[in-house]
Write a protein that binds this ligand. Sequence first.
Ligand SMILES: NC(=O)c1ccc[n+]([C@@H]2O[C@H](COP(=O)([O-])OP(=O)(O)OC[C@H]3O[C@@H](n4cnc5c(N)ncnc54)[C@H](OP(=O)(O)O)[C@@H]3O)[C@@H](O)[C@H]2O)c1
Length: 332
Amino acid sequence: MPDMTFRCMLVQENEDKSFTRSIVTRSVDELPEGELLIKVHYSSLNYKDALSATGNKGVTRNFPHTPGIDAAGEVAWCGDGTFVEGEMVLVTGYDLGMNTSGGFGQYIRVPSSWAVRLPAGLTPREAMVIGTAGFTAALCVQGLEHGGVVPGDGEVVVTGATGGVGSVAVSILGQAGYIVTAVTGKPDAEEYLLSLGASRVVNRGGVLEGADRPMMKEIWAGAVDVVGGQTLAAVIKSTRYGGVVTCCGLVGSPDLPLNVFPFILRGVSLVGIDSVQVAMEPREKVWERLSGEWKPDHLESSVTEVSLEELDGKIDEILAGKIKGRVVVNLH
Ligand SMILES: NC(=O)c1ccc[n+]([C@@H]2O[C@H](COP(=O)([O-])OP(=O)(O)OC[C@H]3O[C@@H](n4cnc5c(N)ncnc54)[C@H](OP(=O)(O)O)[C@@H]3O)[C@@H](O)[C@H]2O)c1
């Protein structure tokens, strides 16, 4: 096991229960147990990282802590022979960045069962442009496929469309030939969303018109929702007969103020999406697709690359719903 130091973001809890973020130097000896030591080349910023970085105990119980639920880089040491030194791998989800020191540091140590071999079609940076947000978007698209929603069925709506999950979902769906309606709260985002692959762009308020009624006009063949609350309820109420709605987020609200009519009168399916505990075989298959047919080619225009030192401000921006596209963290 190499003995070395590395730079990372450290979130500390103060006596007055406030939290402070700083960039510090630590030793790999301080990392948690695990068979796999990874030299992280890139990480990415997800909404959950911002919750961890601001002391949300639902995400991270114990501080000091290094957030970062995503990491891609090279194997520095592997104690159980699963990987060889120098191999390129990626880790998303499981406990990384939650209660296990995460990708906002130049090294992570994790169980080898958490790592995916980097598919041939992806660089570590590209893998982190996708990251948990993109992997989740891909799981949502897969959920639509499994529910029988195919290109040509009609409009598929994506809420929170300029965010991480939303941007990648618009991009994958557009490339796969779906007609995509992007819902956004950002008045200046239309051109961006059309360039990603949306066919039309609707203001956030637009999907809520008539939402006080038990059912709404049938519009969507499928949906990818990251918002929850009234937005998810309205999307379900306006999904067409036999349509599929995937639910993965709660940026608006964790509540779901809804009746059963869309399910029992229109046969609408609500599919829950979790990216954290997906088993390794389906996980690898989704990453394979993300390196090929689903590689979000149009996303590079909206990538913001930051260093560890520049990450701090982006954490506040993502909490305020102000990020457009994906933020990758360069750990070199
Ligand atoms: N289930 C899973 O495994 C999983 C995995 C990844 C993420 N998630 C969840 O998915 C959600 C999105 O994650 P993300 O990384 O894409 O976050 P993000 O980059 O912050 O994107 C969220 C987007 O939602 C919109 N939005 C923000 N606040 C809103 C509000 N109050 N009402 C309506 N829309 C709002 C904004 O887009 P517009 O300005 O374009 O509307 C924002 O950019 C989060 O809740 C996250 O925890 C879940």
